[in-house]
Write a protein that binds this ligand. Structure first.
Ligand code: HEM
Length: 441
């Protein structure tokens, strides 16, 4: 279970049905479900009765302070309302140009590396997406070295938090050995970098980024957020947006590398919608086919393979008794792969998300961005970001997966490719000419 919970829970689903109970650590009751009706009830209809798990909130809260990921109730609701403004249509249209500039910068690095031979796309996608999110938050002038420092701090601290959670008996050792302190200092360095940007901004003209939205936000009594809250909210957005889109893109490219006809159709779509123009948020709804591809990739490899909630009071969801204090594990990967809700569930088929077939989808059976009031605040941003990156990568390169490597999905917090994914990128050739030959040579 510790090594690969996705495999174990999928087997349990087959053996015990779509909802079953397990006892975490032999003690704590958890209800694992892939039943869309139970999921709808817990995440949406009666979401007021469910909080995020303490483990997540406590560990994260220790390092990240207060913010969307670590608060509940009225405090969360108020913050969500204020921060939501930053992800609305108008703001995403404004952010598009910061994102495009960041992409152009990152692509120079990508291109340099790709020209040297096969590359592991996972860290490269991470670098592209993280720079974009960081600059969307702190502005175009955020320096590369600061982005790297923050990115390394987030990855290292996140890994440490996972160890603290799955090996809690080591926590006393982490304290005496200095491990805890070392991670705390790393976190402090990242916060100090962001604090400097915030303080500088206070003396400068307003920016067009998310930092400005957080600085300008006002509560009903007219007060704004404190600097510490702005920093912890920013850090939480960076954490939430850190590995998600990069994972989605890595799996997307892997899946598409053996589907040249899909690549051709996506290229046609980019050409006809954009021509030479850069993509902005208002273009997003025009990419019907590429969006279908992204949705299908997110179905097969959902970055969040599960989300969990704890019941505040006894409840009954679609006939399932949920006692107070029980943890409900919404097994997103499980419902995305269930033959109950998907025909030929293991087969890649973007047509499932076509306009003609969309009506046949079971509600709450496709949840890459979660659902209900605590669903992803960055979903529209992520779609814009992925389409923007693909609009360049798919048209600029032919690509294929290097044969003979083990590609395995490892469910940590995020479902990441355990050994990376090595791929070859070459200058795009005219339609269909020898596209896959490099990798099979
Ligand atoms: C493909 C990319 C992404 C995926 C698949 C994804 C998925 C999710 C999911 C499933 C949740 C719900 C977690 C739960 O219910 O416990 C979530 C929440 C969240 N996401 Fe995303 N996300 C993505 C990108 C982003 C980006 C780019 C940002 C920010 C820039 C972001 C910010 C957040 C935040 C702040 C929350 C917590 C919302 C709250 O509790 O109110 N996400 N995301």
């Amino acid at each position: 279970m510790a090594h690969n919970p996705v495999q174990v829970l999928s087997r349990y689903n087959e053996a015990f049905g779509d909802t079953f109970r397990i006892y975490l650590g032999g003690l704590k009751e958890a209800i694992v479900t892939i039943n869309p009706l139970v999921i709808q009830h817990v995440l949406k209809t009666n979401s007021e009765n469910y909080h995020k798990s303490e483990i997540q909130k406590k560990r994260m809260g220790h390092f990240l302070g207060k913010g969307l990921l670590t608060t509940e109730g009225e405090a969360w609701k108020t913050q969500r309302r204020l921060i939501q403004t930053g992800f609305e249509r108008k703001q995403l249209e404004i952010l598009s140009s910061i994102m495009q500039d960041s992409l152009a910068d990152s692509l120079r690095n990508f291109d340099r590396q790709a020209r040297t031979g096969p590359v592991d796309i996972y860290p490269l996608m991470m670098k592209i997406t993280f720079s974009m999110v960081a600059r969307s938050l702190f502005g175009a002038r955020l320096r590369d070295e600061d982005i790297d420092l923050i990115s390394v701090a987030i990855s290292t601290v996140q890994e440490f938090m996972v160890r603290q959670t799955i090996q809690p008996y080591l926590n006393p050792w982490f304290a005496v050995s200095g491990e805890l302190q070392r991670h705390w200092e790393m976190r402090n360095r990242a916060f100090a970098v962001l604090r400097e940007y915030l303080q500088r901004r206070r003396k400068e003209a307003p920016g067009h980024d998310l930092l400005q939205i957080l600085m300008d936000a006002r509560y009903s009594d007219g007060h704004g957020m404190s600097d510490e809250l702005i920093l912890s909210e920013s850090m939480q957005l960076l954490v939430a947006g850190h590995e998600t889109s990069s994972n989605a893109l890595s799996w997307f490219l892997y899946l598409l590398s053996s589907r040249p006809e899909c690549v051709d159709r996506a290229r046609d779509e980019f050409d006809s919608v954009l021509g030479e123009k850069p993509l902005t948020y208002s273009d997003v709804p025009k990419f019907e086919f590429t969006t279908q591809l992204i949705m299908e990739a997110l179905r097969l490899y959902p970055p969040f393979w599960m989300v969990d909630r704890v019941a505040l009071a006894d409840d009954c969801a679609a006939g399932v008794e949920i006692p107070q204090g029980a943890t409900v594990i919404v097994f997103i990967y499980g419902v995305h792969h269930s033959p109950q809700y998907w025909e030929n569930a293991e087969t890649f088929d973007q047509e499932r998300f076509s306009k003609a077939k969309e009506k046949l989808l079971t509600p709450f059976a496709h949840l890459p961005f979660g659902a209900g009031p605590r669903g992803c605040i960055g979903g529209n941003y992520a779609m814009l970001q992925m389409l923007m990156i693909l609009s360049v990568l798919l048209r600029k390169y032919d690509f294929c997966t290097v044969p003979g490597q083990t590609i395995e999905a490892r469910p940590m917090v995020i479902l990441r490719p355990e050994h990376g994914i090595r791929m070859t990128f070459t200058e795009a050739t005219p339609r269909g000419v020898g596209r896959l030959s490099d990798c099979s040579a």
